[in-house]
Design a protein around this ligand. Structure first.
Ligand code: SF4
Length: 274
């Protein structure tokens, strides 16, 4: 059985109860990595049939799954490059807040978490290094292929207010907000010190009574507002982070790439401060 066939037995709501961030990842783990199908409480295992029971579902565990998912990511990068091959970069640049390198190179020049990106039709570099992780390429080519929309107004909304985001709220919390909150507990000044390296600007007078708040343009037209409350030991409140988005953010990126952008922001902030 292939992952997409098994996927039909799940409710496809990406709730994460199985321990995987999405139903497709779980389907890959079951069909290629030997994961037990009953880890999803919504799968009717008896409906899978004899063929499922007698098929070898791989013995590589998560390694096999990761190879499979990497293969899918690489295929998606190829698809997005093909999709963007017809875009006139000289016309598209302004709408997505980039510069155009000129006809000779025909690339888009932009900032991604404070680093210089050169995105061409076939190649992309960050800080003059080839981008190895296909997920960064997916994010960057997706941003270009969306083609922009209304300029961000900095009217902030939470992930839960964005369409089709129910399953992503948890992913954002685990891979971005809790990661930042945990690392920067009792380290507000350290967080401020390294914010500028991400291209973030401290909000000197935040409306909410937080320990620190930052405006961060993860990509040129992808501003985020990050609020940090440090722990309050006396009241037993742990540190907390909340990431807010411009209400027009879906004009610029799909929800998967948006959550990945947040994950990268957290990773990079922690790396810089570690
Ligand atoms: S438990 Fe896993 S496979 Fe089942 S619906 Fe939730 S995310 Fe999908």
């Amino acid at each position: 059985m292939q992952p997409l066939e098994f996927l039909k037995f799940t409710p496809r709501n990406n709730c994460g109860e199985c321990g995987y961030p999405a139903c497709l990842a779980f389907a890959a783990a079951v069909t290629k990595g030997g994961e037990q199908p009953d880890k999803c409480p919504y799968v009717d295992v008896s409906a899978l049939g004899d063929e499922f029971a007698t098929t070898d579902h791989g013995q590589d565990g998560m390694e096999g799954v990761e190879k499979l998912l990497d293969g899918k990511d690489v295929a998606l990068v190829a698809y997005l490059k093909e999709k963007t091959s017809g875009i006139d970069f000289s016309q598209a640049a302004e709408k997505i807040g980039c510069e155009w390198s000129g006809a000779e190179k025909d690339c888009l020049l932009l900032q991604y978490l404070g680093r210089d990106v050169e995105l061409c039709h076939k190649t992309v570099t960050i800080s003059e290094q080839d981008v190895e992780d296909p997920r960064d390429q997916i994010l960057l080519y997706n941003y270009v292929s969306f083609g922009g929309g209304d300029a961000p107004k900095r009217e902030w909304v939470g992930m839960e207010s964005l369409p089709n985001s129910i399953s992503k709220v948890r992913t954002l919390r685990v891979y971005c907000e809790e990661r930042l909150a945990s690392f920067f507990t009792d380290k507000t000044e350290l967080m401020k010190t390294h914010a500028a390296e991400l291209g973030a600007v401290l909000d000197e007078s935040p409306e909410q009574s937080c320990s620190a708040a930052f405006f961060i343009s993860v990509l040129p037209r992808l501003p985020m507002y990050v609020l940090f409350w440090d722990e309050e030991k006396e009241d037993n409140f742990p540190a907390k982070v909340k990431v807010l988005f411009d209400e027009k953010v879906m004009d610029y990126l799909d929800i998967e790439s948006l959550v990945f952008a947040c994950e990268r922001m957290a990773e990079r902030w922690v790396e810089l401060a570690a």
